[in-house]
Each structure stands twice: as C-alpha cells, then as structure tokens.
Design a protein around this ligand. Sequence first.
Ligand SMILES: *[C@@H]1O[C@H](CO)[C@@H](O)[C@H](O)[C@H]1NC(C)=O
Ligand SMILES: *[C@@H]1O[C@H](CO)[C@@H](O)[C@H](O)[C@H]1NC(C)=O
Ligand SMILES: *[C@@H]1O[C@H](CO)[C@@H](O)[C@H](O)[C@H]1NC(C)=O
Ligand SMILES: *[C@@H]1O[C@H](CO)[C@@H](O)[C@H](O)[C@H]1NC(C)=O
Ligand SMILES: *[C@@H]1O[C@H](CO)[C@@H](O)[C@H](O)[C@H]1NC(C)=O
Ligand SMILES: *[C@@H]1O[C@H](CO)[C@@H](O)[C@H](O)[C@H]1NC(C)=O
Ligand SMILES: *[C@@H]1O[C@H](CO)[C@@H](O)[C@H](O)[C@H]1NC(C)=O
Length: 874
Amino acid sequence: MFFCSLLDKFPIQMWNLFLFEGQDSLCAAGEIIIVIEAFVMCVSLFKMVTYWVHTIPAIWMILTALLYVMMKEIGPMEACVKVVPGLQYSCYRTNLTYMSASIPPTTEHLDFSFNYLTTLQKSVFPRLPSLVHLDLTRCNIQHIYSDAFFNIQNVSVLILTGNPVKYVGKSSFNILKRLQKLVLVDIGFLSLDSLNLQNLTSLQKLQLGTNHISSIALPNYAVSFKDFTLLDLHANNISVIRAIHTSVLRGIGSNITLILFRNPISSIETGAFKGLYLQGLDLTETFTSSPIMKDAIGNLSDLSVKRLKIGGFKDSARNVIYTDSVHNLCVIDFQEIYFSQPVPWSLHSHTLACMSNCSKIILNRVALNVWEPVPFNNLEEIIVVRGKMARLPGPLLSHQHSLKKLVITSNERSMIEFVAVEDVPSLEYVDLSENDLVMSCCEYEFIGSPKLQYLNLSLNAAVKIRMTGLSHHLSLKTLDLRHTKVILENACVDMHNLMNLEYLDLSFSQITFKTNTFNGLNSLKELKVAGNNFIEDIFSQIFSNLTTLEVLDISNCAIENIPWTSFESLHHLKHLALSGNRLTTLYFLTHPSLSKLVSFYADGNNIASISSSILQNLPSDLLLFDLSVNPIECSCCQLEFISWIINHQSVLRNPHQMSCKASPVNSRVTDFDFTHCIHIKQVIFTVPIFAVAMVLLLSTLVYKFQFHLRYCCTLLRGYRTSTQQECSYDAFVIYSSKDEAWVLDELVENLEKGVPPIQLCLHERDFEAGKSITSNIVDEGITGSRKIIAVVSQHFIDSSWCRFEFELAQSWLVLGQSERIIIIILEDVKDRKIKRVFGLHKYLKKNTYLKWKGNALSNIRFWTRLRKAIIANK
Ligand SMILES: *[C@@H]1O[C@H](CO)[C@@H](O)[C@H](O)[C@H]1NC(C)=O
Ligand SMILES: *[C@@H]1O[C@H](CO)[C@@H](O)[C@H](O)[C@H]1NC(C)=O
Ligand SMILES: *[C@@H]1O[C@H](CO)[C@@H](O)[C@H](O)[C@H]1NC(C)=O
Ligand SMILES: *[C@@H]1O[C@H](CO)[C@@H](O)[C@H](O)[C@H]1NC(C)=O
Ligand SMILES: *[C@@H]1O[C@H](CO)[C@@H](O)[C@H](O)[C@H]1NC(C)=O
Ligand SMILES: *[C@@H]1O[C@H](CO)[C@@H](O)[C@H](O)[C@H]1NC(C)=O
Ligand SMILES: *[C@@H]1O[C@H](CO)[C@@H](O)[C@H](O)[C@H]1NC(C)=O
C-alpha cells in the first residue's frame, strides 16, 4: 500500500518526459526500474493475498467434508442391537425372517420380538447354549415342531405372546427342562390339554392370559411342579369353577397366585377353594353381576389367601355394585386386600369389619365414612386413593398402634376437612397429597406419632406452619409441601430443629425466603424451592449451612444473577437446576466447590453465549447439561461456544431443542454452519500476517533502493519548486574526500585562481551548515551551479556518497541538460567497477570526457579544455 501510494505521488510529467521526449534518460530509467519493481511487487502481493484468501477456505471445506464423511461412515448397520455385547441382543422389529448366525453363542438374553418366523424347527435357532431369556413375541409363528428348541435347551424364560400357533409338536416344550417361565398370552388356546409340559418340573410361572380357556384345571402332571407360583388366566373364557378344577392346584402346594381377572365367572361351586392356601387371588372384573358375585364370594368359604384383589375398574364393562356385593367377604381369610370400584361408594362398616385381620388395606375409589372404631388387629398400612370423602377418617385411624403408613390422596372432592389422627405411635409415613386440604401443621394434627419420617402435604390448598409446628416431629426425613400455599405463622418460623431432614420440597409454595430459612438442616440432601421468591442478594448466605446437599432445584425463581460464591459450602452438590430463570451468565459454575456436579439444568434462561473460560472450567464430572430454550446467539463471534455445543451433544440435554435467537431465527444451533466463519477467521488471521510481511518487504525494498528513492524524492521536490534560480557557482564538483588533495591543489588552484576565475562549489567548503546533505547537493550543487564536474577515481567509485551525488545529478539533469556534466577521469578505473555507478558506463561511452595525465604538456591542454567546457553555454 505504502509503496503504491508513494508511486501515486510521482508527477505524471515524469512519465511524459520519459515517453515523449525520447531522451535516453538515466534517471528516468532508474525510476522506471523502481516503478516496475514496485508494480511487480504489488501485483505479486495482490496475487498472494487472493491466493490465500481463496485457497485456505477451500482446503478447510475439503477437510470438513472429509471429517463429515468419516463421522457418517459407521459401517453397515447391524440389524440387531448389541444391548450388552456378547450377552444381550435385541432384534426387535427388524423384519427378520431368520435368526442371524452372527448372534454369538455366549448370548444370554435375546429379544427377537416382532419379526417373521412362521415355523419353528431345529434349524431356526443357532446353537445358543447360554441362552436364558428368549422373547418371540408376535413373530407370526404358526407351527412349533418337536425339535424346535433343540439348540436352545437351557432357556428358562420363553415368551411366545401373540403368535397364531396352530400346531405344537408333542415334545416341543418338554425339551426345555430348565424352563421357569412360559408366556403363552394371546395364542388362541382353547385348553391346556393339547400342551405337553410334563417334563417342565422347574416351571414356576405359566402365563396364559387372553386365550379362550374355559377351565382353571391344570393337567394332572402339574402336581410335580414343586416351585409353581403363578397361574395367570386373565381374560379367558372361564365361567364355572368346580371343586375338581382346583384339585391339582391343591396338590401343588401353598404358594400359588391365581389370576382370574376379567373372566366371565357365573358360578363357583361351594367349597371349590376349600382348604386352598393361595399367595394371591385376583378376582377383579370377574363377576358378571352383583347377585352372582355375592353368591360366588359366599362360596369361597374356607379360602385362605394372602393378597386378595377384588372389585372393578372405572371403565368396567360389568354392571356390579361392589360395596353391596362384598358383604360376605368375612368368609374368606385374607391379610391384604386391594379393593377397587368404578365409582366412589362408601364402604359399609360391616365390610370394613371383615378387614379387621388385614395388615394392608388398599382402597381405590372407596370412601371411608366410618366413624365407629374398627378393632384392627394388625393394620400396618392403609391407602385410600380417589376416595371422595368430606372429612379425613381421623377417629377410624386413631389408636391404631401398628399403623405405619397412612396414605389418603387424590380425594375426588374439593376440600377435605382435616381431622387429627391421635395416638399412632408407629406412624412413619403420611401422604395426604392432592386433597385440596386447608390445614395447620403439625403438632396437633399428628399427635403421638414421634416416629414420623415422611410427610407429604403437596398439592393441597394451604398449609399454615405454626411457630413450633415442626418441632414435635424431629425424626422427619422427608417433607413435601410442593404446590401448596405455605403460610408461615410467624416470620421467625424456621426449621432449625429438623436435623434429620434429608428431603425438603417447597416448590411453588409462595414463600419468600430469608437468609436463615435453611439454617440447621444439617442432613439435608435434596432441596427444591422452584417457583418461589428470593430477597435480593440472599444467595451468598441462604445455602451456607447446607453442607450435605446433593440436589438443589431453584428453577423458575426469576433469578437474574447468582454470585460466584453462592454455592461455596455445597461441596457435595451433584444436581443443580436453574431452569426458567433470567440468567445471562453461568460464571458461578466454575467455582471449585461445584466440582462434583453431575447434572446441571439451565434451560429457559437468557443465555446468549458462554465464554470459553467458563466452558474450560466446567465441573469435570458433568454428564448432563441442559441449555435448551435459551436465546443462543448464532454468529461467527460465538464460534467457540457453538462448536463446543456441537461437540458436546452427548452431554447436552435436548441439543436439538437449542435454537438460535437470530439469523436464521429458530434454526437449530447444532445445524449452525460454521465453515463460513472459519473462512472469515482465516482472513482475520492472514491479514495481519500479510501486513507484517508487506512492511518487511517494503523495508527491504526501501533499503535496497534507498538511493533511488532518495534522489527520486529530491527530484520531485526540485521539480515542484521549479528550477529557474540564480546560479551562484560555475561548477559543482563531485569528488571523493580521498581525492581532496588533487581537487584543492590542482582543480581549485587552476580554475579559481586563473583568468577568468571560475567559482567552484565544493561540498566541504560551500555547503550550508544545518541543511540536509541532499538539500545541499540539490540546492547548492546541482541547481546552484551551471556545470557539474565529476572527478572519477577509484575512491569515487567506492564512495556511496559520490555515487549518490552523481546519480542524483544525472537524474536531475534528465530535465534536459545532460551536457552540463563534465567528467574528469582522474585515474584508470576498471570497466567492471565503472558499471557499479549507475549510468556512468553508458555516459562515458556516449559523451567525451577529460582525462588527467599528470605531465605538464597534457596538463595545459587539460586545463584549457576544462575551462572551455565550463564556460561553454554560459
Ligand atoms: C419392516 O417392514 C415394515 C412394512 O413392511 C416397514 O414399515 C418397516 O419400516 C420395516 N422395518 C425395518 C426395520 O426394516
Ligand atoms: C420327558 O420325560 C420322560 C420321562 O422322564 C422321558 O422319557 C422323555 O424322553 C422326556 N421327554 C423329553 C422331550 O425330554
Ligand atoms: C366361551 O364359552 C362359552 C361356553 O361357556 C361358549 O359358548 C363361547 O363360545 C366361548 N367363547 C369363546 C370366545 O370361546
Ligand atoms: C412363595 O413364593 C415366594 C415368592 O413368590 C417365595 O419367596 C417363598 O419362599 C415361597 N414360599 C414357599 C413356601 O414356597
Ligand atoms: C381374625 O382372626 C381371628 C383369629 O385368627 C378369627 O377368629 C377372626 O374370625 C378373624 N376375623 C375375620 C374378620 O376374619
Ligand atoms: C408427594 O406426593 C406427590 C403426589 O402424590 C408425589 O408426586 C410426590 O412424589 C410425593 N413426594 C415425595 C417426596 O414422595
Ligand atoms: C450456619 O452457618 C454459619 C456460618 O456459615 C454458622 O455461623 C452458623 O452457626 C450455622 N448455623 C447452624 C444452625 O448450624
């Protein structure tokens, strides 16, 4: 640039001079060389710049394309998924018609569901001696030949659900001596008689749901199934149960669960279950009408069952009023009851009394409106869900000394009245969530329950915490008040005494937290306070006592800024959620105390970018980072951040939900095309390099052509101040100071002292002090003298100043007066050396010159000729 602009400053006339006057001007030739060199330099620089600018992005594009191809190239997709290589494979829904031989013989678990096998025979399965679990759900299997399972004899779980099996070979299943669980759901079986299972003595579970079986009778050989525990006959066509149907069951033992759910039972023979001890009996949705059910239950007399399931569900096709139909429940001996109704009816106190021997009562859509005490002997757990009660059955539950767990939740009625539960010394677990309760807490609500560990009052209307309300429940480990309006009776209410509390959920509880709210919670591991308000500047102190905290959720609290030291004391924090706030920076994440952080949620904030210093100092164990739904700034300035996002998609949660704030709006951050940024970056990088290179080049050039430059500048200056000025000297002498003796003794002596005297300009004597040498040469010497005498000698050639003066003179005289130079050859100089002085060689060839010989005769001629030359054209 510098060079070119310098060229611009050259007067255009110079070019004219050279071109039109046709003068063989040495100076102009010199100029032209510089001009050409500079031009060539500029052109080559320009070429280099354009080459770089164009080639580097091209190389980058090739490299990124290669990388892309390499990343895409994962190899041909295996049809089956290696869940645990060598052990567990899944070929689920791969449309396979054969079993791949590539499944290794070490495989233990194979999911081959939803494929097409049609016929099972020996050749279908490769030898898989380790196979334990085989799932052949819905493989369109129609024929199972006797040798079908020969290669997989050690299978213990075989699932054949949903295959339209038409033919089963006689010993197909008998080969599977280790079979423990056989699932034959939805096959279309009409009875068990066609199955030969007599050799399966290890069988524990036989699942025959959704078939057309009409009897619960097992084949006689099943008596030898000593470990048999489950006969699942749900959704079959069993309508009658007779005593003879249960004889095999009775023979097997006492640990069987019988599922008759959703069978159309119309009659049970009296005493059909007599003397039978079952682990479980599922009779839900089993009776077609209320009278049938009433009768059938009456006929279940002398049945002992641990877990009895009875009743119906909401979308039941049956039209049974269960509360009336279970009147006879007392004939059955049961320890746990699961009673469900399609609509919430109140349980009769008589029926409740039948449950007095129960340890566990689980009621779904059953209202407990019984106020007289029931003498429960052994009640440990009562769960009432969707009960539609007006009041909490406090009196019923009071004085239950064995009661440990009380759950009354999702009451289907707005506003339930709280009635205190008294004297329940074993009570540990209370869940009263989702009841629209308005209550106070907690010393008068749960009296005499010092072991209370779990209290869930979430999703209620309002809970008012009294001043000392929690101090009677110091064993509390879990307290959940989420989505319940929490009213603190007194501003000083705090939880200082809950030293055992490990879980505290106060999310969306309309609390404004103070600095000391969480003081003293020395065991707290999980704290959730989302959707509340914090007083400004509280963060530096509010968590300072929670040194054991592992999970902290402060989402949706309108937080704008979190100071760096906020989590200073939380050395064990593993999970931190700050979703839905207004954060713009995540600087606090780099605090050393957060080094154990595993997951971090910052979705739905105002984060446009994250600086590289933060990204480099993120907690090292971080496995999950949620940055979705932030206004990410997708620009080339964010290159580092965006490539971090692209490279960390395995850590980022929902990376595809991360969209750009602008240009193009809502495009995925992961789709951001940063190749054009690399382009720009490259240019940004290369421009300074070029600048430096150019400065270096220019300096070199300037150094190399310093004389040319200098005399060109001088020439310019002289040219501008147009030359016509008075000449003060007759001749300006260019000589080497080493030839001074000759100049002073001979030249000055003969010319200045001769007649007429010739006034010489000698730089030693006549140059103005304080003026630059160049100016002196031009002003005093070249323009101030009519002629210029060059005293050429060995010294002259060697002196750069002489050369400079001479070259300057030459170029100056380009302006039309080359005859003004007179050359005196003081001594013979080799041709080669003469060529070193720009133009001197040519000059000597073209013009006559004077030669100093030293003898007296030729000296006279010399002086005469010199005088003549100086005076000529005066
Ligand atoms: C299996 O076939 C069905 C239809 O024939 C097709 O829709 C499905 O994509 C195929 N699945 C695979 C994994 O090839
Ligand atoms: C089943 O057991 C019987 C008698 O123990 C035996 O003869 C028969 O070969 C067995 N069947 C198979 C398929 O192993
Ligand atoms: C169910 O059993 C009854 C006889 O008890 C029979 O009439 C009916 O066809 C059977 N239904 C099916 C689907 O097998
Ligand atoms: C009954 O089965 C359960 C598992 O369902 C088992 O833990 C228990 O030992 C079995 N009892 C007898 C007597 O077989
Ligand atoms: C509870 O058990 C006792 C003794 O085991 C028995 O006498 C009583 O009838 C049982 N009550 C009910 C309702 O089954
Ligand atoms: C409290 O009850 C609610 C609603 O039933 C449930 O979602 C929540 O997980 C319970 N809290 C705890 C800590 O178990
Ligand atoms: C809470 O921590 C502060 C220092 O951070 C300490 O002075 C104070 O005693 C602690 N309070 C409790 C109750 O542990």
